[in-house]
Design a protein around this ligand. Sequence first.
Ligand SMILES: *[C@@H]1O[C@H](CO)[C@@H](O)[C@H](O)[C@H]1NC(C)=O
Ligand SMILES: *[C@@H]1O[C@H](CO)[C@@H](O)[C@H](O)[C@H]1NC(C)=O
Ligand SMILES: *[C@@H]1O[C@H](CO)[C@@H](O)[C@H](O)[C@H]1NC(C)=O
Length: 224
Amino acid sequence: MAAPKWIWSVFAALSFFLTIVLNENSIMVCGNNEGDALVVFKLSLLDPNNVLHSWDSTTISPCTWFHIICNQNQQVILLDLGSKNLTGNLVPELGNLQQLQYLVLHQNNIQGSIPAELGNLKNLIELDLYQNNLSGKIPPSLGNLKSLEFLRLNDNHLSGKIPQEVLNLAHLKILNVTNTDLEGKIPSTRPLEDFPLKNMATPSLGIFKFVFPFLNVFLIFFFI
Ligand SMILES: *[C@@H]1O[C@H](CO)[C@@H](O)[C@H](O)[C@H]1NC(C)=O
Ligand SMILES: *[C@@H]1O[C@H](CO)[C@@H](O)[C@H](O)[C@H]1NC(C)=O
Ligand SMILES: *[C@@H]1O[C@H](CO)[C@@H](O)[C@H](O)[C@H]1NC(C)=O
């Protein structure tokens, strides 16, 4: 028995509708603020080893993607793309990852400047950008990262002075700026005479390691 004609009309209408919906989905970014920010970052990168293949903009949340860890509230707390052969730029949208604690991007070929918006990452504990090709100045906004303990910027082309706001960070344990073009002057507020010279890893590089008894903070500065 042949199907009535109206069935074919319904079928045609339905498939037309589905085509539109599916197409729209495939171009739609995931609608999650953090996922959107990460997709913007992905689009600014060249990824020859395809390590970002799981960063699929059609998924509802980025928490299932590789190199990402979320907290119980589905907010990104770790982004680890260290040593992934990535080329490209950092993007201001990374500053939208409000709960991020670890931003680990060392040993790639990321160039351009450090976006001032990274200063919005109020929960950041570790910022590892070392061994890239970053240039420009360290944004003073990084002085807003009150939880920051590890700031490794070594082996880049950063220039200018280390902002006082960054030097003032109370929880900072390690600040490595070796092999950058930063102007190497310890601010006068830091008592140079107090640093112990033992544990100097490579004295030829002029590495100073010193302790500030009044802050109980241990900072490492490197000067070329
Ligand atoms: C890094 O990517 C380049 C292409 O841009 C490729 O030639 C090279 O083999 C990759 N290196 C590693 C260690 O994967
Ligand atoms: C490093 O970045 C500069 C632009 O700031 C670019 O001209 C240079 O080619 C980059 N170096 C490498 C090794 O990619
Ligand atoms: C600082 O960077 C230099 C140069 O890459 C490296 O040799 C040294 O181990 C680093 N030190 C720390 C404490 O990260």
